[in-house]
Design a protein around this ligand. Structure first.
Ligand SMILES: Cc1ncc(C[n+]2csc(CCOP(=O)(O)OP(=O)(O)O)c2C)c(N)n1
Ligand SMILES: [Mg+2]
Length: 553
């Protein structure tokens, strides 16, 4: 009979969970030892727990099924929390396995003893379970798998005491088949169809599962037939875009711009999306972005079948045979001259390969990424769903393992990259086809914008500014990458960047391209930005929208 760990690995593999992103410790040694007895499980060592959790997130976004993590006790889980938070906000399934001390060791309050369940609950509100008996372990694991991959997907945390892992008598247990998600009921669909037909200005807001091709096409038919706008949530988990697909307008990060996009709406229809709120609160500004007088309708909750909901709505509106507007193919030209963040985005648009996976954590340097890639070949876009930075490099590890036949491009700010830079080592070790583009602007640039926007700018002196500045020493990402076995180049000219990107695209394995760029929102732009944002509501809408397109297209 297998021990607990062996039976657990068999249960995972039987359920199709065949990748484990691990950072183990002593309490996980039997799990580690059992890996060799389960040939179906790929184990990927990550040198920081935030890399393991972010990799599990990126993997599930692209594979459409969860990976497992293996983390060490409460401290390891804590280190991995930020990227589990991003997974939770993105409704991404993760089977989060956290080793614990043996059950009899817990009361002794040894050095690494801590309250794991409390740490886990924040990112795993729907499922936290400590498995207390080897005989129950696989049933607990099956429950965790079921919870993780339900609709909506979630982080399910299974806490695995060492003695439960090493104990004899493990009994593999298959999780039950997933029930099909329910479509929204006819009454809801009809009421929304009536609201859209009533003539008031209406929009669909798509999120979660509704950002993949089938949902996008159906939403675009409704738009073509009824004249509704189609918006995409501000930070999509996975958005399919590019030539041949309907283009959707993302809600802007800056609340003033989001309000402008939504202004004048009488009906906002949520499809697996939250009603829009501002990312942060600002003194004297509204946090709820739904315009006054606008009714919010829910076509599909995250627990419902959004595609079926859209199809029912299209049928109720007689839109099923409408012709959806599709994005035409168009690429920007090759950039020249001194490198800027916008030129990096342009180069990416110019050279983007077919079926690339684009991961955007470029923060201020990525302002032009959307517009430069809209008409590029079809690709998937993964974004910072929970706002906790340090996601892109780990996500790239997971996405590359999920889709070994596709190129992964992670575009990352220098500040963000440093949170989980260890991901580079795993990329080298696993020989992953990842191109990491790091925007070295030597700044937490966005926080300079925020310092002014929250009204603290005038109070901050040199000590405040130093908290947002990454000069002295300026980071050398090419050297960091070399130190972790990743080929790297550093460039400050557009030509050199394009060549580096071409070489990286043509050569398998991981590459890092460090783009030395000025801040996109430099001091003079930052000075006018608050004034511009304040003036948006007072300008004629077409002028305001044109201005928005210029700043954040
Ligand atoms: C886990 C976490 N810690 C801190 C922050 C606050 N934060 C938001 S953006 C940012 C700096 C981003 O810098 P960088 O990646 O260089 O992008 P830039 O602003 O320069 O474009 C920080 C520290 C956060 N969002 N998440
Ligand atoms: Mg920066």
């Amino acid at each position: 009979m297998p021990n607990g760990a062996q039976a657990l690995l068999q249960t995972l593999a039987d359920a199709g969970i065949d990748v484990c992103f691990s950072n183990p410790g002593t309490s996980e040694m039997h799990f580690v030892a059992a890996l060799d007895a389960e040939p179906r499980m790929r184990a990927v060592l990550c040198l920081f727990e935030g890399v393991a959790t972010g990799a599990a997130d990126g993997y599930a976004r692209m594979a459409g099924k969860p990976a497992a993590t293996l983390l060490h006790l409460g401290c390891g889980l804590g280190n991995g929390l930020a990227n589990l938070h991003n997974a939770r906000k993105g409704k991404v399934p993760v089977v989060n396995i956290v080793g614990d001390h043996a059950t009899f060791h817990v009361p002794l309050d040894a050095q690494l003893q801590s309250d794991i369940e409390t740490v886990a609950r924040n990112v795993s509100p729907g499922f936290v379970r400590t498995s207390n008996r080897t005989a129950d372990l696989c049933r607990d694991a099956a429950d965790a798998i079921t919870a993780a991959r339900g609709l909506p997907g979630q982080v399910a945390t299974l806490i695995l005491p060492a003695d439960v892992s090493w104990g004899d008598g493990g009994q593999p247990c298959p999780p039950p088949p997933l029930p099909a998600p329910a479509a929204p009921d006819d009454g809801t669909v009809q009421a929304i169809a009536d609201a859209i037909r009533s003539g008031g200005k209406a929009a669909l807001l798509l999120g979660g599962q509704a950002l993949r091709e089938p949902a996008l096409l159906t939403a675009a038919k409704i738009a073509a037939h009824c004249g509704v706008n189609v918006f995409c949530e501000v930070f999509p988990t996975r958005l399919e875009r590019g030539a041949g697909l309907p283009a959707v307008e993302r809600i802007a990060y800056l609340a003033e711009m989001a309000s402008l996009q939504l202004s004048g709406l009488q009906h906002l229809v949520l499809v697996d999306a939250k009603s829009p709120v501002s990312f942060f609160a600002y003194p004297g500004k509204a946090s709820d972005l739904v315009p006054e007088g606008c009714t919010v309708h829910t076509l599909a909750t995250p627990a419902q079948d959004a595609v079926a909901g859209l199809e029912k709505l299209a049928a109720a509106l007689d839109a099923t045979s409408a012709t959806p507007a599709l994005q035409a193919a168009a690429r920007p030209s090759r950039p020249r001259g001194r490198l800027t963040a916008a030129k990096v985005c342009k180069a990416v648009g110019h050279l983007l390969p077919e079926r690339a996976i684009l991961i955007d954590e470029a923060i201020t340097s990525g302002l032009m990424l959307g517009v430069m890639t809209t008409g590029g070949p079809r690709h998937d876009l993964l974004t910072l769903t929970g706002g906790a930075i340090g996601q892109a490099l780990p996500n790239a590890v997971g996405a590359a393992i999920a889709c070994p036949d596709r190129k992964v491009l992670a575009l990352v700010g220098d500040g963000s990259a440093m949170y989980t830079v260890q991901a580079l080592w795993t990329m080298a070790r696993e020989r992953l086809d990842v191109i990491a583009v790091i925007f070295n602007n030597a700044s937490y640039s966005v926080l300079n914008v925020e310092l002014d926007r929250v009204g603290a700018g005038s109070r901050g002196g040199p000590k405040a500014k130093a908290q947002l500045d990454l000069h002295g020493p300026v980071l050398d990402f090419a050297s960091l990458a070399h130190g972790m076995g990743v080929t790297a180049t550093r460039c400050d000219r557009a030509d050199a960047f394009c060549k580096a990107l071409e070489t990286a695209l043509a050569t398998p394995g991981p590459h890092l391209i460090e783009a030395v760029v000025p801040e996109s929102l430099n001091a003079s732009k930052r000075r006018v930005l608050p004034w511009l944002l304040r003036s948006l509501p007072n300008l004629p809408k077409p002028v305001a929208l044109a201005l928005k397109r210029k700043i954040a297209p």
